[in-house]
Structures are given as C-alpha cells and as structure tokens.
Design a protein around this ligand. Structure first.
Ligand code: SF4
Ligand code: SF4
Ligand code: SF4
Length: 485
C-alpha cells in the first residue's frame, strides 16, 4: 500500500532532489531527500502508485557531514555500454559513471545450501528459476575483462549463491590468483567450511580472505534470518579457518528487532577470535525475497549501527571513531581501524587526526600534511582495503608510524594487532538514490563483460536478466542441489 503523505503536515527541509524507484512497480521517479526530525527521509511519488516515504538515515548530522568527504572519482580504462536510455538503465559501466571498480563481485552460482528467508540474491532451493553455475571459462573471461578495465584490479569477491558448492571453486580461486588482482575474497555462509576441514586446507594456498556471513551469537537470530540454528556451525567454520591460517571478516546482516541487540557482542566475539580480522555490518536491505512486511520509515540505518556499537560496547568504540569512506558516495559506508592488544583497544582516529587527511583527499585544500600519511589513510578509508592483508597492515603501519601507541606491539605479529570495522548501507527500492549509484565502486561483473553497480544489480532487474540468459546458456553446469538438512 502506498504511504499516504501530506507534505504540508511535515516539518522538513529539502536537502536535494534526485531520482529513485517506485517500490511497487520499480519505475524511476523523481525523489526528494528531506531533513526531518533529525533524520533523512526520501519522499517520492509514482504516477500509478502514489506517494512513498522511507528512512535513509536516522541521523541527519551524520548524513550531511558525510557529504563533505566526497572524493573525486577515477574512470575505468574502458566502458562496456553507451549512454542511451540514461542512468540507471545503461549499466555498465557507461561513460556517465563517476567511479571505477574498487570491488568486483562475481556471482559464480545461484545455488545455495541454505534457504535464507531474507536472501537478496533469491538463491537456494526456494529460488524462483532454474539458476546456473558459471563455467570456469566464463569466470576466466570475466577476470580478463576486469584486467582490461582496471590497470591493477584491487579486489575480486567470489560470490553466489554459495560459491563453495560450485564444483570448480578451487580452479576459480586459482584463476583469480593467477591474474594481477591484489586481493581475492570468498563470500560464504560457512557451512562447507564447518563441515569439510579438508576443503578449508585446500583453500589455504590461495589465501582468500573469507567474507563470512555471521549474524549473531544466539541460535534464534540464525533461525530468524537463515532458517536454521547456525551458531555452532559458524564457530566450527572459524576454528577451521584459524587452523588453516586463513582470516575472516564477519558479515552480520542487521535487522531491527532481531539482532540489533547483538551488535556489541558480535564485536567482542570478533576481537577475541584469532581468525577474525574485522567486521562488516550491513543494515538489512529489502531486496530479493522476504521481509516485505516492514515499515520503511522504521528501519536500521548506518548511524544506528554506529550508535549501537558505542552503547553496547560501553564506549570501546564510539561514533566519533568512524569516518565515511570517500571513494563511493560517502553516505554508503563508514569505517574505522583499531590497535588491539588483549583487552586493550585503541581506535586509530583517537591517535591520528584521520579527519584532516580525509578532508585533504576529498577537497585538496587542507594545510600541509604528510604525503606519506595521506596515501596511507587514503588506502585504508577505501572500499578496496582488505583487512588481514599484508598491504593493509603496511598501510596501517605507515599511517601510524611515528605515533606513540600506548601498548606493546609484537613486530613479528603486527597483523594480529589490527582490527577493522565497516558499516555498509546498501540501497533497496525504498532508499534507492541515483546520485549514490553513479558513484558506486562495488560492481557485479557479468559474463557478457558488463560491470553493474551492486545496488542497481539488486534492484533494477539486471540480476534477473543475467539469470535468464545463464539458465539457458550451453556453458551452464547447473545441477539442482537440495538444501542441507
Ligand atoms: S549507474 Fe553508472 S553505469 Fe549504470 S547507468 Fe548510471 S552512470 Fe551508467
Ligand atoms: S546463504 Fe546467502 S545466498 Fe544462500 S540463501 Fe542465504 S543469503 Fe542467499
Ligand atoms: S553497493 Fe550500493 S551502497 Fe555500496 S557503494 Fe555501491 S551504491 Fe553505495
């Protein structure tokens, strides 16, 4: 049902005009970004389905302040599409796009061994079409195309569905590793990592950073979001990673009323587990299947996660420890890094004025600051920074060299003394903002050579288009797989 709106009753200020989607028919409609009651609300009207409003940010100050961190984009070496119908229908990338690929995602399968009620990829046994596996040749073509568009590709995430059940997953990781790509990541629900320690050891030579779905510490959370109690499974997966010398980033999807009370506990758990190099909290998006019964004006947004971190860790991390990531639109993401030594935690922005350097990176008008430090900070506050990698450790050392850190750091194990926290607020059809999309640097890499900004892929029918084409492709290896019990 469209939300009835009478703008005359609202106490609000127009921040900017943009374009969004009608959440009912997905047509592109004009939209206003409004500051109201301390938050940011998007309001739009579809000629067929009327007015809609949704919360974009619960904290207008955070949102407005983040805009000053907007960093000029860099174009890719090549574009795949022309500007014809206009954004967001020409992805991509088309020459109107404002940023190159920092993170390239490859959805190697639509199959999954879970059947999550909130799956935005519509994967697993409940998916609405036959699905597909990409062949190794498909993936190699995608990787080679990335090398044509990026001189030195930074991050490739092997994703799905559940990529670990792809029959050629090890060959795919080998193919990615064999190319000049800085970091290869594996996005997984962790079921196979828990069940198959031999597989984890087979992964080790490729050194992928594991991007592990990890929604909480109690089984009721997993039951609600994933349809199964997975607490022990996640712990087992992490222990196997630790034994194999691999690192993980925990990736909690945060849902209002389900696991928003576990934000601090997840952090404490992550800090205490040797395999965990960081956490990437993702406020839930209402894309794909499930969760359609929600109030778009009462949802978790990026600043809610930051405030919960401060409250639920008794100030171990504070909102002021986080800064926007400047390479995409700065409202999309925020992050911080910390030194850790046992129970002691020192967020880096408390000992280095990161703000000055990010200001310099965004505006190029700040006073004379160290160029070396600027490079270090720019590499860290980037979607392409991969916690647990040697490069990120080097950048952390570089960004903090000469600073007196009030704890004893073992130089032989520096990597273990750093921890990253990121919050990434993906857009859905309620919060979709074309201005944010045009600066997106997280791109789905398609078998036909296109790179589609991730929030466009999820909301505009690009995923469905690829699935239809792949399901009938001769290269498809697809064989139906039942969900594990
Ligand atoms: S999101 Fe980017 S690539 Fe897609 S149509 Fe808009 S400008 Fe072009
Ligand atoms: S594990 Fe991921 S891909 Fe699989 S059903 Fe759940 S959300 Fe979808
Ligand atoms: S994926 Fe979406 S939220 Fe993330 S950077 Fe791109 S547009 Fe922003």
């Amino acid at each position: 049902m469209p939300t009835p709106v009478n703008p005359l009753l609202s106490n609000q200020v127009l921040d900017e005009a943009t374009q969004s989607l009608c959440p009912e028919c997905r047509r592109v409609v004009d939209a206003q970004v409004l500051i109201r009651d301390g938050g940011v609300v998007m309001r739009k009207r579809c000629p067929e389905h009327g007015w809609h409003e949704s919360l974009v940010s619960s904290d207008a100050d955070w949102y407005l302040n983040s805009l000053r961190y907007d960093k000029p984009g860099a174009v890719p070496l090549d574009f795949a599409t022309a500007v014809e119908e206009g954004c967001p229908f020409d992805c991509g990338l088309c020459p109107s796009h404002q940023q190159h690929t920092c993170v390239g995602l490859i959805e190697i399968t639509t199959r999954c061994n879970l059947n999550c009620p909130i799956c935005f990829a519509d994967s697993g046994p409940a998916m609405s079409d036959p699905g597909y596996d990409l062949s190794l040749a498909d993936v190699e073509r995608i990787l080679d195309r990335l090398l044509e568009t990026e001189e030195h590709p930074e991050v490739v995430q092997i994703s799905g569905g559940e990529p670990t059940i792809h029959p050629q997953i090890l060959d795919i990781l080998a193919a990615a590793k064999a190319r000049n790509i800085r970091h290869v990541m594996l996005n997984t629900n962790g079921l196979r990592l828990a069940d198959d320690p031999e597989f984890v050891h087979q992964l080790a030579p490729y050194k992928p950073l594991i991007y592990l779905q990890f929604d909480g510490l109690v089984d009721s959370t997993h039951q609600a979001l994933r349809g199964r109690p997975l607490r022990a499974v996640k712990a087992q997966a992490l222990d196997h990673l630790s034994e194999a010398g691999l690192n993980a980033i925990l990736v909690p999807t945060v849902v209002h009323g389900v696991n928003d009370g576990e934000i601090g506990d997840i952090l404490r758990f992550g800090l205490s587990h040797p395999a965990v190099a960081g956490i990437n909290y993702q406020p839930v998006t209402f894309a794909g299947r499930g969760l359609n019964d929600h109030d778009p004006l009462n949802r978790i947004t990026l600043p809610d996660v930051l405030q919960a971190l401060e409250q639920q860790t008794d100030g171990l991390f504070q909102v002021s420890d986080f800064l926007p990531v400047p390479c995409p639109h700065p409202a999309c993401s925020a992050c911080t890094y910390a030194f850790i030594d046992g129970d002691e935690v020192i967020p880096i922005p408390r000992i280095l004025n990161v703000d000055d350097y990010l200001d310099l990176i965004a505006n190029r008008t700040s006073p004379d600051l160290s160029a070396e430090l600027e490079t270090g900070v720019e590499s860290l506050w980037s979607m392409a920074a991969v916690m647990g990698s040697d490069e990120t450790t080097d950048n952390l050392v570089c960004a903090t060299c000469g600073i007196d850190v009030p704890m004893s750091l073992d130089p032989e194990h520096l990597k273990e003394h750093f921890f990253a926290i990121q919050v990434h607020g993906f857009m859905d059809e309620y919060t979709f903002d074309v201005k944010r999309l045009m600066k997106c640097c997280v791109h789905q890499l398609l078998p036909d050579g296109r790179a589609v900004p991730f929030c466009a892929y999820n909301n505009l029918g690009y995923r469905e288009e690829v699935r239809e084409a792949q399901s009938t492709a001769e290269t498809s290896l697809f064989e139906p797989t039942e969900a594990l019990p």
